[in-house]
Design a protein around this ligand. Structure first.
Ligand SMILES: *Cc1c(COP(=O)(O)O)cnc(C)c1O
Length: 379
């Protein structure tokens, strides 16, 4: 049985004709940069997300950096982020000379712990970047109200949750990435909506911000060779846009396939006290970018050995993330001794992400869980 962490090949095979034709049409037109498919994809994604503006860019990390630049953040301004996240969220803050303020995560959702945010706000705080980790929304209602009370911008890092929806207490339902001032996302191949290389986008309802973002993505110019502000060169290739246009109509079915695989994992793992399945927040749909379990007791202290055992049996797994930001060598000195980050520390030593993709079969899932059971029995 050949099990992959992410099966991009089989996903491609299912819509090969559409994708191949899309790529060929770009080659035929030779408009590799800024071709019409880019604007077409931006519009299609904006319609899907029910938002006014989508601006495509080079990748999800650039999207975060451009968002901070578009909001006019300056050296020394403070930005609040969760410490349990992919490095990109932290990296862009460091690159722009801003000051990151790290917050621990909620033990249930693994997203930023909203109860710890307000104590960290100072007169220099300018923005909060919640990360919709592993495919479900952070507690946006609380985050938006904290931001409102304290006059802060909100940038949603939506690289892992495109297509997820959040329900507010008044019944409004919104897509992740569309609730804050700016949302960012990534089309890295393994993301829920992935292209065949690098890609990313910024999402906003604010027209002035959208224009600023578009200008920054394109060297700070609206009119060619007239540079109004310092920008970057960050764009989505036309070939990638064409691929994404072909894949976007399948996003819902891809997310449903992930949800079905997650439901089956939950079923196989029920009544297992040593394993905590991902817990879905009733306020958010979960699109399972990752299916991440938390291992308790003996299994938890043998996480790395379990990972090795599964690998010997042909089962790839990943640890997202083995170190929270505050323990990364590059980011030392970003927190004070008073911070404990106990949840993030525990998660980084006890989480394990199981194979999760749109082509996973029940046989494969049974085999994976049986192998974990076998290993646990030997402990
Ligand atoms: C993937 C990812 C990014 C960065 O996206 P790239 O396209 O790889 O630059 C940023 N934040 C999170 C949470 C991610 O998972």
């Amino acid at each position: 049985m050949k099990i992959q962490m992410v099966d991009l090949r089989s996903q491609y095979e299912k819509i090969k004709d559409e994708i191949d034709a899309a790529i060929q049409s770009v080659i035929d037109s030779s408009t590799f940069i800024k071709g019409p498919k880019v604007a077409e994809f931006e519009l299609a994604l904006a319609n899907y997300l029910k938002v006014n503006h989508v601006v495509a860019c080079g990748n999800g990390t650039d999207a975060l950096q451009i968002a901070l630049m578009a909001l006019g953040l300056e050296r020394g301004d403070e930005v609040i982020i969760p410490t349990f996240t992919y490095v990109a969220t932290a990296e862009v803050i460091a690159l722009l000379g801003l000051k990151p303020v790290l917050i621990d995560v909620n033990p249930i959702t693994f997203c930023i712990d909203v109860n710890q945010i307000e104590a960290k706000i100072t007169s220099n705080t300018k923005a909060i970047i919640p990360v919709h980790l592993f495919g479900q929304s952070a507690d946006m209602e609380s985050i938006l109200s904290i931001a409102h009370r304290n006059n802060l911008y909100v940038i949603e890092d939506n690289a892992q949750a495109i297509g997820a929806c959040y329900t507010f207490s008044d019944g409004r339902v919104m897509f992740t990435g569309t609730m804050g001032d700016i949302g960012t996302t990534s089309f890295f191949p393994s993301k829920n909506l992935g292209c065949f290389g690098d890609g990313g986008a910024l999402i906003t309802n604010n027209q002035i911000l959208a224009e600023k973002i578009r200008m920054i993505c394109n060297h700070g110019q609206k009119v060619q060779y007239y540079h109004e502000c310092v920008g970057v060169n960050s764009r989505l290739d036309t070939i990638q846009a064409a691929i994404l246009l072909a894949k976007l109509p399948h996003l819902n079915e891809y997310n449903i396939a992930r949800q079905q695989a997650a439901t089956y994992y939950n079923e196989l793992l029920k009544d297992r006290i040593e394993i905590v399945c991902p817990i879905s927040d009733p306020k958010s749909t979960h699109v399972f970018h990752q299916y991440t379990i938390k291992l308790n007791g003996k299994l938890g202290s043998n996480r790395n050995q379990l990972k090795e055992y599964l690998k010997e049996n042909g089962i790839p797994t990943m640890v997202y993330y083995p170190l929270p930001i505050h323990l990364q060598e590059a980011y030392q000195g970003w927190y004070s001794q008073a911070d404990s980050f106990s949840v993030a520390n525990e998660l980084s030593s006890q989480v394990l992400s199981l194979p999760m993709h749109t082509q996973l079969s029940e046989e494969q899932q049974k085999f994976i869980i049986n192998c974990i059971t076998e290993y646990n029995r030997k402990l």
